[in-house]
Design a protein around this ligand. Structure first.
Ligand code: HAS
Length: 551
């Protein structure tokens, strides 16, 4: 097979496809952020929405645009960039399917947003039954997912062609990680696709009268938890394989990085019940089993933390750092490509600890459905992941547009990161705290008839609004930087930083690339964790529910 030579600069045609994904991603980010700002103002009682716009309508737009659209478009664009950079420019078939995937996802996004704006889909991003949206909303979600599959297949095809042309060689780390991330997504989305196609669409069209709620929620969370690792793994790609180059160090271990990704594939799917610990209808044994598996999925993150510390320390020591933490000062704090992801890493320490709290059955009883959980995911996806994505954008956008990240843009980008961290400190800190006092999530402004508990929550809700406003300023700054890097920055070549493995790292065992083995174990674990509970849910289903429109 004749693949093109790998070039240090991504091919122009591939760049266009990647930039198209980024364009939709950053537009969704901006619109979702406007919704977010308004939400914090409404929730703190500071603002009443005009023109009949509902709080929950806004909340749906916020969750969908940021949690589903910004992330999916950015990730697919970034993974395509990783593939193109390390296996050579996309061949014409892969490029074409990349564009078809993009168009399908974009059509789904536009249709979905129209449904939300028409107030026909105020069901939040988790679209829990029995809330019932217009069937066109579920069709829109289907298009987004099917489009992402087509994009994913174009990456897998490219990877397959590379492997064929390089028989017996270990694939480039970045491509391996990109394919693993995509594989995780493909297996995870099967759950939500089954639920949407066989439950939500027939039910919302009125072809069947009722829906099995527990089954729909279970299929959602079968997808919903690996979804969070679909967000996280691209950030890990940057931390493992790109940051070492930016700091002038080396990747600590290729094997460890690949092993962490394999473990994510194995353990991130059969754990959805930890989102349903308080739901009846699932026996405690299966909940217990999935909680144990949840604790397994913490291991690759701990491995990642270890590997990153090793990379930082070794690179600092190589440059003469002597004391225990001397390497800390050697890190390039003024480099925006480093600073934003690094803040993401630092924030991931408390964010991950919060996840461990959530996963602990007894503690989950205290925090479930409170603002604590909202605080948790604003630290994980909206800080650790988002800051890393911004950091990637700072070099990848100019790399693709043939421009330079200037010293002025570095400064603004660093200011952006600081504002983001400060805003999130206020917003997420207040959410975590008031969540422990019992304030529920997914709730508009109310004082529950001036109940003293609810009145006590208000100062925290105001702190959330303060944080939200700072975050919005940060988004405006981000947009300014991204627009500059896309169209106005000086022409030039911005590097695609690609780390090299430390020369004395262990040789990577071949078994880590044994796709059949890992996919086989993944399927076995999924069948083990889900088969009996799902049969139970179908055989002993309570009467199904008709649809409700409560908005
Ligand atoms: Fe979570 C709910 C458990 C991670 C996102 N999570 C959510 C929801 C979202 C979400 C969106 O068990 C809400 C869904 C909804 O709408 O209802 N979560 C976990 C656990 C982890 C975890 C155990 N979550 C994430 C990540 C997310 C995310 C990542 C997005 C990207 N989560 C839960 C549970 C719930 C939940 C329950 C349900 C709650 C309920 O009741 O509803 C773990 O994966 C976390 C492991 C992480 C670590 C941290 C490792 C630290 C690293 C950084 C090292 C730093 C360095 C820098 C090296 C163990 C890798 C240092 C440098 C220096 C210079 C000092």
């Amino acid at each position: 097979m004749n693949l093109n030579k790998v070039s240090e600069i991504i091919d122009k045609r591939d760049a266009k496809l990647i930039l198209a994904h980024f364009f939709v991603a950053f537009t969704a980010l901006f619109l979702g952020a406007v919704a977010g700002l308004l939400q914090t103002l409404v929730r703190s009682g500071t603002l009443t929405l005009p023109a009949g716009i509902g709080y929950y309508q806004l909340l749906t737009a916020h969750g969908v645009l940021l949690g589903l659209i910004f992330t999916t478009f950015f990730i697919i664009g970034f993974l395509l960039a990783c593939i193109s950079r390390t296996t050579g420019k996309l061949n014409s078939g892969s490029l074409l399917s990349g564009w078809i995937g993009f168009m399908t996802m974009t059509a789904g996004t536009v249709l979905g947003v129209i449904m939300i704006l028409l107030n026909k889909a105020t069901v939040l991003y988790t679209f829990y039954a029995p809330l019932q949206a217009s069937p066109w909303y579920y069709i829109a979600l289907t298009l987004v997912i099917v489009g992402s599959w087509i994009g994913g297949f174009s990456m897998i095809r490219q990877y397959y062609l590379w492997k064929k042309a390089h028989k017996g060689e270990l694939s480039p780390l970045l491509s391996f990680m990109a394919i693993m991330t995509m594989l995780l997504w493909l297996i995870a989305t099967i759950g939500v696709a089954v639920s949407v196609l066989f439950q939500f669409i027939p039910w919302s069209f009125g072809w069947v009268e009722t829906i099995n709620i527990l089954l729909s929620r279970t299929l959602f969370w079968y997808f919903g938890h690996p979804l969070v690792y679909f967000w996280l793994l691209p950030a890990y790609i940057c931390w493992y394989a790109i940051i070492p180059k930016i700091i002038g160090g080396k990747i600590f271990s290729d094997s460890l990085a690949r092993m962490a990704f394999v473990l994510f594939l194995l353990f991130s799917i059969p754990v959805g019940f930890h989102h349903q610990l308080l739901e009846s209808g699932i026996s405690p044994f299966w909940k217990y089993l999935q909680v144990v598996l949840t604790f397994m999925v913490i291991v690759p993150s701990l491995m990642t933390a270890f590997s990153l510390f090793a990379t930082f320390e070794l690179s600092g020591r190589e440059r003469g750092a002597k004391s225990l933490f001397g390497w800390f000062r050697m890190l390039p704090w003024k480099d925006a490509r480093f600073f934003a992801p690094m803040m993401g890493m630092l924030i991931f320490i408390p964010a991950g600890a919060g996840g461990i709290v959530n996963a602990s059955n007894q503690l989950n009883q205290v925090v479930h459905n409170t603002l604590w959980v909202t605080g948790h995911f604003h630290l994980t996806v909206a800080s650790s992941v988002a800051l890393t994505f911004f950091g990637i954008g700072y070099w990848l956008v100019p790399h693709l547009t043939g421009r330079k990240l200037t010293a002025k843009m570095h400064k603004l980008a660093n200011l952006q990161t600081i504002l983001w961290a400060v805003g999130m400190f206020f917003m997420s800190g207040a959410m975590h705290t008031v969540g422990l006092f019992g304030a529920p999530r997914r709730t508009s402004y109310t004082t529950y008839n001036d109940h003293p508990d609810a009145l006590g929550w208000i100062p925290y809700e105001v702190a959330m609004a303060v944080g939200g406003s700072i975050l919005f300023i940060a988004i405006l700054l981000l947009m300014y930087v991204m627009i500059n890097l896309s169209w106005f920055a000086p022409k030039g070549v911005e590097e695609f930083p690609l780390g090299e493995v430390a020369p004395n790292a262990e040789k990577t065992p071949r078994i880590l690339e044994n796709w059949k083995l890992w996919i086989g174990i993944t399927i076995a674990l999924i069948l083990f964790a889900y088969t009996i509970p799902i049969i139970d849910m179908i055989q002993h289903a309570p009467p199904g529910s008709p649809g409700f429109k409560l908005w």
